[in-house]
Write a protein that binds this ligand. Structure first.
Ligand SMILES: [Zn+2]
Length: 63
């Protein structure tokens, strides 16, 4: 099973893709679209990036 996932990711990487889809939904129930680079869930990554931006915004002074 694990080997199969890796081969999907490898062939996507070989094709020059940034993301690939396959396997199960992520632990948060997002569609199984993942980054070739680190195998991370694209949706989770976008959410984490947005949360990070919010935190940085809050940490800065109002102007
Ligand atoms: Zn996710």
């Amino acid at each position: 099973m694990k080997r199969h996932k890796v081969s999907i990711r490898r062939s996507a990487a070989a094709a020059g893709a940034v993301t690939y889809s396959g396997g199960k939904a992520c632990q948060h129930g997002h569609p199984p679209v993942r980054y070739v680079l680190n195998g991370g869930c694209v949706q989770c990554c976008l959410i984490a990036a947005a949360a990070q931006r919010e935190r940085q915004k809050l940490a800065r002074p109002a102007q």
